[in-house]
Design a protein around this ligand. Structure first.
Ligand code: ATP
Ligand code: MG
Length: 349
C-alpha cells in the first residue's frame, strides 16, 4: 500500500463497495514483535494496532519491556545487541519490516516523534535550547538557521513556556525538570508527526507538573490530530488521559482494551493488582493493596507456565503447566489469562 503524504490519516472505504461509513485503517500495526538480547527473551509476541488520533497508554512495572518495544518500533535498537523479529509492522499501511532498514524517509521526526525516557541525556548541555529545536527544521525542512530559530520560539510558546522568544538562547541547565520535558515534547512534535511516543514523560516530576505535562500532551494530540502512545507504570496517567490501555508483564502484553473497561472491569489479575495498588481518591475507604512479590527477571524461563502465576491470587493448576495465549474478545478487548472469567465473577458485588 502506498504511503500517504502530509498529515492525512489513511482512510479506506468500505471494502465491499457498499455505501457506508469509511473504515479508518490503523496508523500503526504491530504483529508478533519479539526482542532478544543473546539468549534472553525480553519482549515476546507483542501485537496491537494504534488508531489515528487516539491516546493509548502502555502500562507495566519496571523491566516489563515497554521502552524496548517502543524503541524497536522506531527502529532505534542497536542490532548488534538486539535481535528484533515479528511477522508484520506497518505504519499508515506501509510495511516497515523489523530490521530497521526499510523506514520511510522522515519516519523519525516527521511521521513519528519520540520523547525518550531519560530527559537529562536527551538534551545537549552545550547547545542552546533554541538551537536544538531549530535543528529539526534545518535538517528536515531545509530552513536557514534564522528562520528555524523563529520556528523554535514558536514551538516553545506552543508547549507553553513563558516568554518563549527570550528563552531560545538559554541552555538546558537554565530550565527546570518540567520545562526540560516541555522542550523535549516541543522537539518531538515540531514537525507535526502522526504518532508521538512519550516514554514515562511525567515520572521524574512532581504531581502538579505531571498533571500539566499530561494536559499539554492531550492538547497537542487534539491540536495536531496525532496518535499518542504514552508509556507509564502509573495507572493515574491512564485515568487522566488514555482512550485505550495495554498492560505489559514480563515482556508480553497481558490485557488491552478501552480505558473504562480496563479500569472498571479489568480481566487480568495483574491489571486488577496494578489498579488496587493506587489510592482511589473517590473512594478513600478502599484499601490500597500492593501486588505481592516481584516481576520475574528476564533470564527466568516461563515458557511452560503463566509468568504471573507466582504473584496471582487466582492461579489454578493449569497456569503452572501452560502459558496462556492471547484471547481476542468482542469489542476489540484482549486478555491473556486462563482464569479471567473467574476473576470477573469474583469482582461482582
Ligand atoms: N542488552 C540487554 N541485555 C540484557 N537485558 C536487557 C538488555 N536490554 C534490556 N534488558 C532488560 O530488558 C528488560 C526490559 O527493559 P525495558 O527498558 O524495556 O523495561 P521498561 O518496561 O521500560 O522498564 P522501566 O519502567 O524501568 O523503564 C529489563 O529487565 C532490562 O534490564
Ligand atoms: Mg522504560
Amino acid at each position: 500500500m502506498a504511503m500517504q503524504g502530509g498529515n492525512q490519516p489513511l482512510t479506506v472505504t468500505n471494502l465491499n463497495g457498499e455505501a457506508g461509513p469509511a473504515v479508518v485503517a490503523p496508523l500503526l500495526s504491530v504483529c508478533d514483535l519479539s526482542i532478544r538480547a543473546g539468549s534472553l527473551e525480553l519482549v515476546r509476541g507483542v501485537s496491537f494496532d494504534l488508531q489515528p488520533g487516539t491516546m493509548t497508554a502502555l502500562v507495566g512495572e519496571s523491566g516489563s519491556g515497554k521502552s524496548l518495544m517502543a524503541q524497536a518500533i522506531l527502529g532505534l535498537l542497536d542490532r548488534e545487541v538486539y535481535a528484533v523479529t515479528g511477522s508484520d509492522l506497518r505504519f499508515q499501511g506501509s510495511r516497515l519490516g523489523f530490521d530497521g532498514n526499510r523506514l520511510p524517509k522522515g519516519f523519525r521526526g516527521q511521521l513519528t516523534g519520540y520523547v525518550m525516557q531519560d530527559p537529562s541525556s536527551a538534551l545537549d548541555p552545550t547547545m542552546t535550547v533554541g538551537r536544538q529545536i531549530a535543528e529539526m527544521f534545518v535538517v528536515h525542512r531545509g530552513m536557514d538557521m534564522r528562520s528555524a530559530l523563529k520556528e523554535a520560539a514558536r514551538m516553545l510558546d506552543f508547549v507553553r513556556i513563558p516568554n518563549a522568544a527570550s528563552r531560545i538562547g538559554d541552555y538546558p541547565h537554565q530550565f527546570s525538570g518540567g520545562m526540560k520535558q516541555r522542550v523535549l515534547i516541543a522537539m518531538a512534535v515540531a514537525l507535526s508527526p502522526r504518532l508521538l511516543i512519550a516514554d514515562e514523560p511525567t515520572t521524574a516530576l512532581d504531581v502538579t507538573v505531571q498533571a500539566e505535562i499530561l494536559a499539554l500532551i492531550e492538547d497537542l494530540r487534539v491540536q495536531l490530530d496525532m496518535a499518542v502512545l504514552i508509556i507509564t507504570h502509573d495507572f493515574g496517567v491512564v485515568y487522566q488521559c488514555a482512550d485505550r490501555v495495554m498492560v505489559m508483564y514480563a515482556g508480553k502484553l497481558v490485557e488491552g482494551g478501552e480505558t473504562l473497561q480496563i479500569t472498571e472491569n479489568g480481566r487480568h489479575p495483574y491489571t486488577r493488582g496494578l489498579i488496587a495498588s493506587i489510592p482511589d481518591l473517590d473512594d478513600l475507604d478502599r484499601p490500597v493493596v500492593a501486588i505481592p512479590g516481584q516481576p520475574p527477571r528476564p533470564e527466568s524461563s516461563w515458557i511452560d507456565s503463566c509468568a504471573f502465576h507466582p504473584r496471582c491470587a487466582w492461579k489454578a493448576e493449569r497456569c503452572l503447566a501452560e502459558a496462556p495465549d492471547m484471547e481476542q474478545l468482542d469489542g476489540g478487548d484482549i486478555v491473556r489469562c486462563f482464569e479471567w472469567p473467574r476473576v470477573v465473577a469474583d469482582a461482582r458485588p
